[in-house]
Design a protein around this ligand. Structure first.
Ligand code: 5GP
Length: 181
């Protein structure tokens, strides 16, 4: 990732495409071991939190070697800009009763989004829910959620790239960086 993007906003590189690829391979292996009991009759269900986790999930699913299926849930807490609205809007059309769920998220910050998604999914009687996040910001946690799998711990900064946006921009950057204010 170049330091300058669009000649206007500076992005400080954090994790290269190669570092992300290597870490995801490790996570995919761990998931495949932990859910080795999954079968094609009873596959692991990856529920991808849109939009930010779409690239992470696309790469992750290709490293998982056990039977799994993929579905999506849409959650948004940021309106436009960098300030979370504090209201999480969740949209989905899922049937998950009796399924082992892996929730695939881009970033856990305060924990509000994933906590609300988990609470809503729990009402639908899954067999289990585990959380997999690409990035974790433990410093800013306000809601007690724990990710079973996490790619990288990041400081309290605004991250973009690799599917993660600022006002819908930067999702296509192959690496992760910090948007300088
Ligand atoms: P939480 O509800 O945990 O506070 O926030 C989770 C959501 O906020 C993430 O799924 C992500 O969409 C957004 N978010 C949190 N931190 C960042 C960040 O550093 N950059 C971007 N682009 N989004 C973030």
């Amino acid at each position: 990732m170049s330091k300058e993007h669009n000649n206007s906003t500076a992005i400080t590189p954090l994790f290269s495409a190669e570092a992300i690829e290597n870490r995801i391979r490790e996570i995919g292996k761990a998931i495949s071991v932990d859910f080795a009991f999954a079968t094609s009759a009873s596959p692991l269900l990856l529920i991808v939190v849109l939009k930010g986790a779409f690239i992470f999930a696309a790469d992750l699913v290709r490293t998982i070697t056990i039977p799994c299926t993929v579905d999506f849930i849409h959650a948004s807490s940021y309106g436009s800009g960098k300030i979370s609205s504090g209201n999480v809007t969740i949209k989905h059309n899922l049937a998950i009763e009796g399924r082992h769920i892996l929730l695939v998220e881009d970033i856990i910050d305060t924990g509000l989004t994933i906590q609300q998604i988990e609470a809503e999914l729990m009402t639908m009687k899954p067999a289990s829910i585990s959380i997999c996040t690409l990035l974790d910001k433990p410093e800013t946690r306000k809601h007690p959620v724990v990710a079973r799998y996490r790619g990288f711990i990041v400081p309290n900064a605004f991250i973009v790239g690799y599917g993660i946006d600022f006002n819908e921009q930067y999702r296509g950057l192959p690496a992760l960086g910090k948007l300088d204010s």
